[in-house]
Ligand binder design. Structure first.
Ligand code: GRF
Length: 219
């Protein structure tokens, strides 16, 4: 039997995606375990969700550190201490430096509430994304799970789900429709990682068929 994939979820806010991941991993059927939750915001509701599920939940507040490098050094130590295989950003409102991203030994992924490469990049988060989608007149929106790279929201795309934009939508109604898909898609991607089915070649992602999965006991 393979050890479950050890996942850390980095958050700053409500944590509804964290909750979806916790719920999906419960019982072990995913082959993944939420082993750690880190928030940079001490009062984030996500921390309470983690604690309620018995998951180690720590605050690493960027404001407590003199430099980004010092903040990220603490993040790295905290991840290493829990032997984390995969980092999932879920509403984590700090941009990780290229040095941090390349030094972490496993994949770092993020979920974004729109269909990248549109409606992403620095400053595009929360309601602003849905506002921009509505202003553009797009008939579809959705969510994207992607590898994190040095450029915000520009890493290789792993999976997407679409939702219609309805006439009469407000940012809030569109956000709610997108969130529902986020809560389905993110656990599905973590499951694929746990099965060793996600391969990154340069900037292209492939999802391997079940019988050629790469993850082995010697990981
Ligand atoms: C989600 O919409 C996610 O796509 C974005 O931040 C939001 C986090 O929401 N990156 P929650 O904290 O998971 O409820």
């Amino acid at each position: 039997m393979l050890e479950p994939l050890r996942v850390a979820v980095l958050v700053s806010g409500t944590g509804s995606n964290l909750q979806a991941l916790i719920d999906a991993c419960r019982g072990g059927a995913m082959g993944a375990e939420i082993a750690l939750v880190i928030s940079n915001v001490p009062q984030a509701l996500a921390l309470e969700r983690a604690r309620a599920a018995g998951i180690p939940a720590v605050t690493v507040n960027h404001k407590d550190f003199p430099t980004v490098a010092a903040f990220e050094a603490r993040l790295s130590q905290t991840l290493a201490a829990q032997r984390i295989d995969l980092v999932c950003l879920a509403g984590f409102l700090r941009i990780l430096s290229p040095g941090f991203v390349s030094a972490f030994p496993g994949p770092i992924v993020n979920i974004h509430p729109a269909l990248l490469p549109a409606f992403g990049g620095k400053g595009m988060y929360g309601e602003r994304v849905h506002r921009a989608v509505l202003a553009s007149g797009a008939r579809q929106s959705g969510c994207t799970v992607h590898f994190v790279t040095a450029i915000p929201d520009a890493g290789p795309i792993i999976a997407q789900a679409t939702v219609p934009v309805e006439s009469g939508d407000t940012p809030a109604t569109l956000a709610a429709r997108v969130a529902k898909e986020e809560h389905r898609l993110y656990p599905e991607v973590v499951r694929l990682f746990a099965l060793g089915r996600i391969r990154l070649d340069g900037d292209r992602v492939s999802v391997l068929p079940l019988d050629s999965a790469l993850r082995t006991e010697s990981r």
